[in-house]
Design a protein around this ligand. Structure first.
Ligand code: 5GP
Length: 191
């Protein structure tokens, strides 16, 4: 998605060779117009997959997932990183190692939100080593539902995420694929 790549070129900050900061349009301040276009793009890509629900992980996945659900007219679930006080035994949970925060979170969602009839589209802001997306697919499968596909806003293709997700049998679609991060320079796979 050319507009997304241009925003990354202009506003992305390369923190080191593994981390990109996009706090001006995705991870802190959010550009709703860009998010809407991202939602339209995911809706186009996944229109044949008979999705019934969209799922993401709080908090940075919520904006692109919400816009995708809005365009596709589908409910959007966000898995939580902290157990709410209202949690009961009807929660599904799994452990996910956070690439940016270097901690393991137990992510969870209420069992009743998914049923075996659901085909669920996973949306996330970044793909690094795939832990967040794989954690979400595990929750979907534990609920007896099916994974319809995985949509990623920014994939760092030099990391292991895509390979791990494809090996697990999922189709991954990313709107921007980064080949490398060098001091103040982002290279994309298709340039
Ligand atoms: P993974 O679970 O694939 O290793 O990492 C994906 C998760 O870590 C995403 O949900 C995202 O929040 C965070 N993440 C991974 N790499 C980056 C990055 O370069 N920049 C930002 N802002 N977040 C990242």
């Amino acid at each position: 998605m050319e507009e997304l790549k241009n925003r990354i070129r202009k506003e992305g900050k390369v923190i080191d060779e593994e981390i990109l900061k996009v706090d001006h349009f995705l991870n802190h301040q959010i550009d709703p117009i860009l998010m809407c276009k991202i939602g339209e793009q995911f809706a186009r890509i996944f229109k044949e997959t008979e999705v019934t629900k969209v799922i993401t992980l709080e908090s940075s996945g919520i904006a692109p997932a919400l816009m995708t659900g809005f365009i596709m007219k589908l409910p959007v679930i966000f898995a939580r990183k902290k157990k709410p006080v209202t949690a009961n035994e009807d929660m599904l949970s799994t452990e996910v190692y956070s690439f940016t925060k270097k901690v393991t979170n137990t992510i969870s969602l209420e069992k009743s939100l998914l049923s075996p009839e659901d085909r669920v589209l996973v949306i996330d802001d970044f793909l690094a080593n795939g832990a967040a997306s794989l954690g979400l697919t595990k929750l979907i499968k534990t609920a007896g539902a099916k994974v319809a596909g995985i949509g990623i806003v920014i994939e760092k293709s030099f990391q292991e995420g895509r390979r791990r997700l494809e090996e697990a049998g999922y189709s991954v679609c990313s709107l921007a694929r980064i080949a490398s991060l060098k001091e103040n320079h982002v290279s994309f796979l298709d340039e």
